[in-house]
Structure formats: structure tokens, C-alpha cells
Design a protein around this ligand. Structure first.
Ligand code: PGA
Length: 253
């Protein structure tokens, strides 16, 4: 009932030429694929060329972050409105690298999410615990606090434009993936929290992606879990063959 959604988060990688080369391969391989939604999130400078290359394809151009204001004295920032103008239809908000190193507190994420949704752009809202939180048994508490703040000003009408990405920080870029059972436990918890906040119908419709060392070899086992509805892929999204294999694994059989 939920169409799986797989997004490649390219982080700080690829020139414009490299971005176009990758996206052209993806478009050729995945352009006509049914049953799964696909997106790529290039750096800001590659967004517009990539969006133009993808114009006649179902692959969505996404952004890795945005500011919460539309315009103003915010040197270095980009607004949801400008990203939409450049061709973006989804924006990743609250990625753990931004939370850890670039000032995206729960409060900041709580401003960005409604700003994205207000422009009718989809928001991919990231959450996930650090290793010490998991070891200390606080993982669900941490995720609850992150999502509580992120969704404080969001209502059920936004459900179709809302995706949650659960990315345990200890699994990001480490090669150490959460087991399907570990991921499912948190995904199920997140869905029950969404039901409490937005109602059961909205919670049942919202895609919850898993992220953290997703590879062709582990994608199929992860997607078999009932509450895992796609992936946010970092490292493996930089190689066409790996990303294509992950997207194909996410297709309902
Ligand atoms: P990874 O990154 O797939 O390289 O672990 C995932 C992410 O940060 O979104």
C-alpha cells in the first residue's frame, strides 16, 4: 500500500559533469521502473542541471538541506522556494551530519520541516540515535525527541509529503548496518508515534526509510520488514550499479 521510496544522498560529492553522468545512467536504467519511487540529492550547485536532465523522467531531484526562511539576510543559505524553482520536489531535513556538525538542533529542524511543507515540497525528516544512546538503551527516547520537535507544527494533511528516514548514526558510512530486526523495532515504534500524533490513517500512509550502510547485499532483507518502506542511501548511491541494484531490491515482488 505504501510505494517504496529510495533516495540517493550524494553528500559533498561529484562535480556537475559527474552528477550528470551518474543521473543519465540512472535515468536510462530506472526511468521506466514501476512500483518504486526514486530520488537523488546532489549538492546545491548540481541541483538545477540534474533537475533539467531528469525533466522527462519519474526520478525526483531532492536537496540535502534548506533554510527555514524564504529570503532575507541569511548569507550562504538557500530557501525551499528557491530549491523548488531549481527543480527540487523533496528536501532532506535534519540529517545526522547536519545535526552533529552543522548546527541543526531539534529546534532548527522544527523550523525547517514546516517551512518545506508550506511550499508544497516533500520533507524527508531524518532521525536516529548515536551509538552511546543505543548502548544506554535510550534510542527510542532520542528518536521521539527528534521527531517530536520536527513534527511539532505538522498536521495529518501533510502526510503524503512527509517521509521519515531512520538512520542510526553508528550505521552511517561505517559499513555496520542495523540488522533488519533492529531497524524494524525502531520503524514500528516511529509508526506508532506517528499514529499518536497524526492519526492511524496518516501513519499507515507515511513512508519510513532506513539509512545507514545500505548496500545491494543487505537491501532485500531490510525491505522485507513490514515497516521499512525504502532507503536513504549515502555511499552506495555514488555508484550507478549499486544504487540501481538497491532500487530494484526495494521493488515489491
Ligand atoms: P551511508 O549514508 O549509506 O553512506 O551509510 C547514509 C546517509 O547518511 O544518508
Amino acid at each position: 500500500m505504501r510505494t517504496p521510496f529510495v533516495v540517493g544522498n550524494w553528500k559533498l560529492h561529484k562535480t556537475i559533469a559527474e552528477s550528470l553522468a551518474l543521473v543519465t545512467e540512472l535515468k536510462n536504467a530506472l526511468g521506466a521502473l514501476k512500483g518504486v519511487q526514486v530520488g537523488v540529492a546532489p549538492t546545491f550547485v548540481s541541483i538545477n542541471p540534474v533537475a533539467k536532465r531528469l525533466e522527462d523522467s519519474a526520478i525526483a531531484t531532492c536537496a540535502q538541506d534548506c533554510h527555514w526562511e524564504t529570503h532575507g539576510p541569511w548569507t550562504g543559505e538557500v530557501s525551499p522556494e528557491l530549491l523548488a524553482d531549481a527543480g527540487v520536489s523533496w528536501i532532506i531535513v535534519g540529517h545526522s551530519e547536519r545535526r552533529q556538525f552543522l548546527g541543526d538542533s531539534n529546534e532548527v529542524v522544527g523550523k525547517k520541516v514546516p517551512a518545506v511543507l508550506a511550499k508544497n515540497i516533500g520533507a524527508i525528516v531524518c532521525c536516529g540515535e548515536m551509538l552511546a544512546d543505543r548502548d544506554g538503551g535510550r534510542m527510542l527516547e532520542v528518536v521521539d525527541a527528534q521527531l517530536g520537535a520536527a513534527l511539532a507544527n505538522v498536521d495529518a494533511a501533510a502526510a503524503s509529503k512527509l517521509v521519515i528516514a531512520y538512520e542510526p548514526v553508528w550505521a552511517i558510512g561505517t559499513g555496520r548496518t542495523a540488522t533488519p530486526a533492529q531497524a524494524q523495532e525502531v520503524h514500528k515504534h516511529i509508526r506508532s508515534r506517528l499514529a499518536g500524533k497524526l492519526g492511524q490513517a496518516a501513519a499507515d500512509s507515511i513512508r519510513i526509510q532506513y539509512g545507514g550502510s545500505v548496500k545491494p547485499a543487505n537491501a532485500e532483507a531490510l525491505i522485507s520488514e513490514p515497516d521499512i518502506d525504502g532507503f536513504l542511501v549515502g555511499g552506495a548511491s555514488l555508484e550507478a550499479a549499486d544504487f540501481i541494484a538497491i532500487v530494484k531490491a526495494a521493488r515489491p515482488s
